[in-house]
Ligand binder design. Structure first.
Ligand code: TXA
Ligand code: MG
Length: 338
């Protein structure tokens, strides 16, 4: 199959046409690119799993055309739950927040991998929104990467990941946030963060008691070893950045620009020269992908401050580096031969 990359209004028309006939399309969102299919068409859903090589046990996020669609996807367990969702929706939708809620019986089971919970969000990306409105149906969309691999933040990333298995990608330029949406569960007035993302703990605090449940989500995407590059990746302490490592080593730095440090590495990516965490998040997956594709033998990554969206960056970095010995910066033959 040869993949076509399309743009603008014409691209939106092509995407809608394909989705109407049960096809799947690579689409931009404000977080990362998604691989979308009609949420009410089990064949389209099956095509998403197949194209990604994703296990059928790993559920998909449903993207709503409008907040009002939620009642056809979700069956609220109480009026209290509905009230808190209304408040969260007013505050954060359209935007990078995903809510885990009881599933409506009419939504195909394949979407939620048999679970009685469904993840829903309303994306803020104008192209994705235009498609949802014209199609008049919600779209299920996981990130548009092969299962377990680095999430795509540009149309060409999607082509690298899925170009052999899908026929259409809508190019909407680089993604604004660069890391996936924040996923939360709602129990009474308790909000549990299952996956940290662009909507931060501080932003959510106003709407309930917030706690981090990251690591408690029992689905493959939340397992360590996800978001992984092919090269070995190790997180280092910022103060040992200047140790000369052996072999051809790539460095993913947060904000360092010292020339003498750069000279020790075969390739360097700086996430944000000014130390801006939002900019770092937007550059994160692209930098990891470029280092992975370069001719380095392994990659060292400098941690970023764990505040705001930095929590999400460190979450992805830890999962991506799973299998390496963290924090020491010293070469460990076992971890480096993973
Ligand atoms: O920003 C995002 O959320 C992007 C864009 C495309 O919307 N989507 C995304 O989807 O990151 P995905 O499938 O790559 O990650 C969703 C995560 C997975 O770890 C999945 O297992 C989990 O959410 N998930 C989805 N539905 C779930 C459910 N019903 N119960 C538990 N976990 C669920
Ligand atoms: Mg994903």
């Amino acid at each position: 199959m040869s993949v076509r990359i399309v743009y603008g209004e014409e691209g939106v028309c092509d995407a809608v046409e394909l989705l109407r006939h049960g096809g799947v399309v690579g689409l931009p969102t404000e977080t990362v690119y998604g691989l979308a299919g009609n949420a009410f068409d089990p064949l389209a859903i099956a095509r998403i799993f197949e194209a990604k090589g994703r296990p059928l046990t790993d559920p998909l996020i449903v993207h709503l055309p409008e907040v009002s669609w939620i009642e056809r996807i979700v069956q609220f367990s109480s009026l209290e739950q509905q009230a808190i969702v209304v408040k969260l929706a007013e505050a954060f939708w359209p935007g990078p927040l995903t809510l885990l809620l009881p599933k409506h019986p009419e939504l195909p089971e394949l979407v939620t991998a048999g679970s009685d919970q469904v993840a829903v969000r309303v994306t803020a990306h104008p192209l994705f929104q235009a498609i949802l409105h014209r199609l008049g149906s919600p779209l299920a969309a996981p990130s548009a990467n092969r299962f377990g691999r680095i999430s795509p933040t540009s149309a060409s990333d999607v082509r690298i990941e899925l170009g052999e298995s899908i026929s259409l990608i809508l190019d909407g330029g680089p993604c604004e946030h660069g890391v996936e949406s924040t996923i939360i569960s709602i129990q009474g007035d308790h909000l549990g963060i299952l996956r940290p993302g662009p909507i931060t703990i501080d932003q959510l605090k106003e709407y309930g008691h917030v706690s981090s449940l990251a690591g408690n989500m029992n689905t493959p995407g939340s397992l360590p070893g996800h978001y992984a590059p092919k090269k070995r990746l190790q997180i280092i302490d910022s103060d040992i950045l200047s140790l000369p490592p052996g072999g051809r080593v790539g460095l993913m730095a947060f904000n360092t620009s010292f020339k003498e440090i750069h000279e020790q590495y075969a390739a360097v990516e700086v996430l944000s020269l000014s130390g801006n965490l939002k900019e770092a998040a937007a550059n994160f997956y692209g930098a990891l992908r470029r280092l992975d594709q370069s001719n380095v033998d392994w990659i060292l990554a400098q941690p970023v401050p764990e505040k705001g969206i930095g929590v999400a960056i460190m979450d992805r970095l830890r999962r991506a580096s799973h299998g390496s010995s963290h924090g020491t910066g010293h070469q460990d033959s076992n971890s480096l031969l993973r």
